[in-house]
Design a protein around this ligand. Structure first.
Ligand SMILES: Cc1cc2nc3c(=O)[nH]c(=O)nc-3n(C[C@H](O)[C@H](O)[C@H](O)COP(=O)(O)OP(=O)(O)OC[C@H]3O[C@@H](n4cnc5c(N)ncnc54)[C@H](O)[C@@H]3O)c2cc1C
Length: 181
């Protein structure tokens, strides 16, 4: 019997012991960010930026494929026992050495997830993650100069673009931002 077949048989036997849960449910308790698990992230820090905005530092699980500057990620957060999914632009550069990513969230009045992330989320909290997505990215052939015009929370993807291009390319990035649309 091959080692793969042996492993699969052992896994099935283990499943009989742990039923109605799966062996992976127990593994999730000790190693939720492991390769092969559902993609999750661990909140490692929440840095206040203003009275109603904060940057959330997330350590993604092993299955994270990495983002392109300008993309966003959907996150699943448990708020008062309910799993809620929202999209947030990734604000960290693509080449961050520690492998963490950041999102910058503005708490909106009565907003469930944004208020939770800015005011209540603690380091150690696990969240669900989707792979990063979105087309608001620079072309492969980098232009010599880039002008970004942003308003409101539209600044967040541009934070990643500017941080990435200032460290990896010789492009000049200029950003003009208005607080309101
Ligand atoms: C691609 C993308 C990128 C984004 N990037 C960012 C980002 O970088 N930073 C950022 O801060 N946000 C970003 N957002 C917005 C973000 O996804 C959330 O929409 C935002 O944080 C609000 O979510 P919430 O759960 O706090 O609000 P919700 O709880 O969804 O509420 C939103 C508003 O609707 C009202 N509301 C909710 N339910 C009802 C109801 N039943 N009746 C009447 N009114 C109701 C609430 O009072 C609130 O004002 C992005 C969105 C997209 C699509």
């Amino acid at each position: 019997m091959t080692s793969a077949a042996l492993r699969s048989r052992a896994w099935k036997l283990l499943g009989m012991v742990t039923t109605p849960l799966l062996p992976s449910d127990y593994l999730d308790l000790v190693s939720p960010l492991r390769a092969g698990a559902d993609l999750r992230g661990r909140i490692e820090a929440v840095h206040p930026e203003t009275g109603d905005a904060a940057t959330v530092v997330i350590r993604p699980g092993r299955g994270w494929r990495g983002h392109t500057a300008g993309q966003y990620v959907r996150i699943g957060v448990d708020v008062d026992g309910v799993r809620l999914w929202r999209a947030y632009s990734i604000t960290s550069p693509t080449n961050r050495r520690d492998g963490r990513v950041t999102i910058t969230v503005k708490a909106i009045p009565d907003g469930k997830v944004s208020s939770y992330l800015v005011r209540r989320a603690n380091p150690g909290t696990l969240i669900e993650l989707d792979q990063p997505t979105g087309d608001f990215v620079l072309p492969q052939a980098k232009p010599a100069k880039v002008l970004y015009l942003t308003a409101g929370s539209g600044i967040t993807p541009v934070m990643a673009c500017c941080a990435t291009s200032s460290s990896t390319t010789s492009s000049w990035s200029t950003a003009r931002h208005s607080r309101r649309m």
